[in-house]
Design a protein. Structure first.
Length: 678
C-alpha cells in the first residue's frame, strides 16, 4: 500500500515501488495537519465486441480516502500479453467509465483498466478476454451488372458472415431485394439496378446481425445498360413464323438477348450484329393478342433497355369471296376481285394447285385486292383455295373460293385460208365446249373480227376482214368463252398473198363506151377473179382470167358516167382483193348536136358536116341504117367532123336517122333524128 504524508500545505511523495498521490487535508479550525491516501486498484472491466467494435466498461475506482480518481488508462493486449496500440477513443486518460475502440482487428484480445490520479496510478485491473470476429468482404461474383438489371444474384465472398447478415452497395440506384446466408464465407445478394443508376464502381458491405461490418472498396461495377430505339420490320402478324426482326439501339454486347412484352411471341434466337444492332428471330402464336408490344434487349450482364410500343402484332387477314368466282382453262390476264378483311398495301394473292399464274395483285382497300391471273390450258379443273398474304407475312385463305372451268378446244376452220384484203366474209370454226357468247380471234395483226355467232357447243361462225397489208402465213384460231377460257387451234388459218393491180390497158375509155376489153395487170390473180371500178357509171360485163398476172374486164361506160380517174380492183374467189389507185380514167365523151346539111335525097353521095363537142382525131361517124354508107370521116376540129356518105336508092331509104360519133377511146355521142333522107 502506498502512503501519502502531508506536511501542512506541502505534499512530499516518498519514493518506492508503486505510485502514490498527495493531497491537502485541512482541520475545521483552520489548523493544518498531515495525512496520506492511497490510489486503489482498478476494477476488472466488462468487454463486449460487436463486429470490429469493442466497448470496454468498468466500475469506478477511488482513493483510499473515498474520493474519486481523476481517470483511467485502458490497455489492450494480444493473446500473448503483448501490449498493443489502442484506438484513439480509448487512448490516454479516459475520464468516464467506458470507451469504444473501433476497427479492432479480428482475433483474441485482453483489456485492462488502471486508475490514475495526477502522475500517480493505482494497480492495473485484472484483464478481460474478448474475441473480435468482424466480417470481411473480398470479392463479388458477378462483379458487374448493367443498368436496368433486375433480380440478379450476386455472390459475396469473405469471412465471418453470420446467418441473417445483410448486404448493401454504396451510392444510389441499386436495390438489395434480399440477402441469403450461404456460409460463413458467402452470402448471396439479390439486387435490382435502376435503369438510370450511375455507372461506375461501387463498394460492397456486409453487415452481420451483431452489427459487425465488412466492406470491399470498388468490388462491384454498374455497367451502362443497352437502349432500344426501333425495330425493322416494326410489325408482324398473328401466326408468323421464323421472322427476322432487326433491333436498333446502343450498348449491345455479344450474347445479348431480345424479348417482347406480353405473351404469344417466342424469340427463337438473338444474333449480335454490332453494339447498335441485334437480330431477333421470332414466332408469333396464331392467338397472340394484337397491338403494340415493348421490345427489350438484355445484355449478358443483365443490363436491359426497352423501347415502348416499338413492335406491333397485326391481326391476320381474312378472305371471304372472289368475283368472278371461276375462269376457264386457257384464260389470260383475268382480273379477279378478292374480298375479305385486314388486307395491307402490298398484299399478294395466290391460288392453290398448279396452272394458275398470278401476274399482279393490286391493293384496292383493306377489304379488297384484285389479282390479275392467267390459267394454263392444261390446268386441272375444279375448286381452288385463294390465299392473300400481307407484307407482314400474315396470310389467310378461302377454301374452294375459285373454280377452274373446262376450257374450249378449237380443231379447225373452214375456209382454212383467206387472202390479204379479203372480207368481210364468214368462216366456220369447229371444236368443243363452246358456249353462247364465245368469241373468235386470230393471232397476229391484220385480221379484224366483226362478229362471232354461236351455233352450238361445237361450232361458231366468224365474220372477219383481212387487211390488205396483213402478214401472210399461218395464224392461230382462238375461241374465248365468256369465262375467259380459251382454246387455240395452232396454224388453223392461213393468210395468203392477195392480188395486186399495177396497170390497165387501155388505161382510159370515154363516156358511152360499150363492151370495152380492159387488160388488167398485177400479181396473185386466181381463176374466177373479178374486176371492179370505183365510182358509178362503169359496168363490168365480164372478167376473164388469163393468168396469175392478168385478167381482162369487159366494161361499158355510161354516157353520164363521171369523168376522171378511177381505182381498179381485182377480187379473188376467196375475197382477197388488190387495187390500183387511179389506174383507169373515164374521158369526156363526144356530143352531137346537128348536121349540115341536115337532109339529102336518095341515091346521093355527099359530104355532111357533123357538129358537136369533144371530137378527137380518129373519131368515126355512123348512122343507124344500112341505107347510108359512111365513106370517110375527116377530123376538122373538136366540134366538127366532115363525113362523106352515100345514100342508097329506093323508097326504104327515106326517113330520119340518128347520127353517132365514136372517139378512138370508144366514147360516143349521138344526135337522134339529126339527118333526113328525102
Amino acid at each position: 500500500m502506498w502512503r501519502i504524508v502531508v506536511f501542512g500545505m506541502i505534499a512530499l511523495a516518498a519514493t518506492c515501488v508503486g505510485v502514490a498521490s498527495a493531497s491537502w487535508l485541512t482541520s475545521a479550525l483552520g489548523s493544518g495537519r498531515a495525512g496520506a491516501q492511497n490510489v486503489n486498484a482498478g476494477n476488472q472491466p466488462t468487454v463486449q465486441a460487436v463486429g470490429s467494435t469493442v466497448t470496454v466498461s468498468w466500475s469506478a475506482s477511488t482513493l483510499s480516502g473515498g474520493g474519486p480518481v481523476e481517470g483511467y488508462q485502458v490497455k489492450r493486449y494480444n493473446s500473448s500479453n503483448v501490449l498493443q496500440v489502442i484506438g484513439p477513443n480509448c487512448a490516454g486518460t479516459v475520464a468516464g467509465l467506458t470507451c469504444t475502440e473501433m476497427s479492432v482487428p479480428n482475433g483474441d484480445w485482453k483489456y485492462s483498466v488502471t486508475p490514475v490520479q495526477g502522475s500517480w496510478s493505482g494497480t492495473e485491473s485484472p484483464k478481460t478476454d474478448v474475441t473480435v470476429v468482424a466480417p470481411t468482404v473480398t470479392s463479388v461474383n458477378p462483379s458487374s451488372r448493367g443498368q436496368g438489371a433486375t433480380n440478379q444474384n450476386v455472390a459475396i465472398t469473405g469471412t465471418n458472415y453470420q446467418s441473417g447478415a445483410t448486404a448493401s452497395f454504396s451510392g444510389t440506384g441499386i436495390t438489395v431485394n434480399s440477402t441469403t446466408f450461404n456460409s460463413a464465407t458467402q452470402v448471396t445478394a439479390n439486387i435490382t439496378v435502376a435503369g438510370n443508376a450511375t455507372t461506375g464502381v461501387r463498394n460492397v458491405t456486409v453487415t452481420n446481425t451483431d452489427s459487425g461490418v465488412g466492406s470491399c472498396t470498388g468490388c462491384f461495377t454498374v455497367n451502362a445498360g443497352p437502349t432500344v430505339s426501333s425495330t425493322s420490320p416494326s410489325s408482324r402478324p398473328q401466326g408468323a413464323t421464323s421472322q427476322i426482326i432487326v433491333i436498333t439501339g446502343t450498348n449491345f454486347v455479344s450474347g445479348a438477348n431480345a424479348s417482347f412484352s406480353g405473351t404469344g411471341i417466342t424469340v427463337n434466337s438473338t444474333t449480335f450484329n454490332s453494339a447498335t444492332q441485334v437480330t431477333a428471330n421470332i414466332t408469333i402464336a396464331g392467338g397472340a393478342t394484337t397491338g403494340a408490344r415493348d421490345v427489350t434487349v438484355t445484355n449478358t450482364d443483365a443490363g436491359t433497355g426497352s423501347c415502348t410500343g416499338c413492335f406491333t402484332v397485326n391481326a391476320l387477314p381474312t378472305v371471304t369471296s372472289t368475283s368472278p368466282s371461276s375462269r376457264g382453262q386457257g384464260a389470260i390476264s383475268q382480273d379477279i376481285a378478292i374480298t375479305g378483311t385486314g388486307f395491307q398495301s402490298g398484299a399478294n394473292a395466290s391460288f392453290s394447285g398448279t396452272g394458275i399464274t398470278v401476274n399482279s395483285t393490286t391493293f384496292n382497300s383493306a377489304t379488297q385486292v384484285t389479282a390479275n391471273i392467267s390459267i394454263a390450258t392444261g390446268a386441272t379443273t375444279g375448286a381452288r383455295n385463294v390465299t392473300v398474304t400481307n407484307p407482314d407475312t400474315g396470310s389467310a385463305s378461302c377454301t374452294g373460293c375459285f373454280t377452274v372451268n373446262t376450257g374450249p378446244t378449237t380443231t379447225s376452220m373452214n375456209p382454212s385460208s383467206g387472202s390479204q384484203g379479203a372480207g368481210p366474209g364468214d368462216g366456220t370454226v369447229a371444236g368443243t365446249n363452246f358456249v353462247s357468247g364465245a368469241t373468235v380471234s386470230f393471232s397476229g395483226t391484220g385480221i379484224t373480227v366483226n362478229s362471232t355467232t354461236f351455233n352450238s357447243s361445237t361450232q361458231l361462225t366468224v365474220n372477219a376482214i383481212i387487211a390488205q397489208n396483213a402478214a401472210t402465213g399461218a395464224r392461230d384460231v382462238i375461241v374465248t368463252n365468256p369465262d375467259g377460257g380459251r382454246g387455240t387451234c395452232t396454224g388453223c388459218f392461213t393468210v395468203v398473198a392477195g392480188p395486186t393491180v399495177t396497170s390497165t390497158s387501155p388505161s382510159s375509155r370515154g363516156q358511152g363506151a360499150t363492151n370495152q376489153s380492159i387488160a388488167i395487170t398485177g400479181t396473185n390473180f386466181a381463176s374466177g377473179a373479178t374486176a371492179s371500178f370505183s365510182g358509178t357509171g362503169i359496168t363490168v360485163n365480164s372478167t376473164t382470167f388469163n393468168s396469175a398476172t392478168q385478167v381482162t374486164a369487159n366494161i361499158t361506160i355510161a354516157a353520164g358516167a363521171t369523168t376522171g380517174a378511177r381505182n381498179v380492183t381485182v377480187t379473188n374467189l376467196n375475197t382477197g382483193n388488190g387495187s390500183c389507185t387511179g389506174c383507169f380514167t373515164v374521158n369526156a365523151g363526144p356530143t352531137v348536136t346537128s348536121t349540115s346539111p341536115s337532109s339529102s335525097p336518095r341515091n346521093t353521095t355527099l359530104t355532111v358536116t357533123v357538129i358537136g363537142t369533144n371530137f378527137v382525131n380518129g373519131a368515126t361517124v355512123s348512122f343507124n341504117s344500112n341505107k347510108i354508107t359512111v365513106n370517110t370521116v375527116t377530123f376538122t376540129d373538136s366540134s366538127h367532123l366532115s363525113v362523106n356518105i352515100t345514100i342508097a336508092n329506093g323508097g326504104a331509104a327515106v326517113g330520119l336517122y340518128t347520127v353517132t360519133v365514136t372517139n378512138p377511146d370508144a366514147g360516143n355521142g349521138s344526135c337522134t333524128n339529126c339527118f333526113q333522107v328525102t
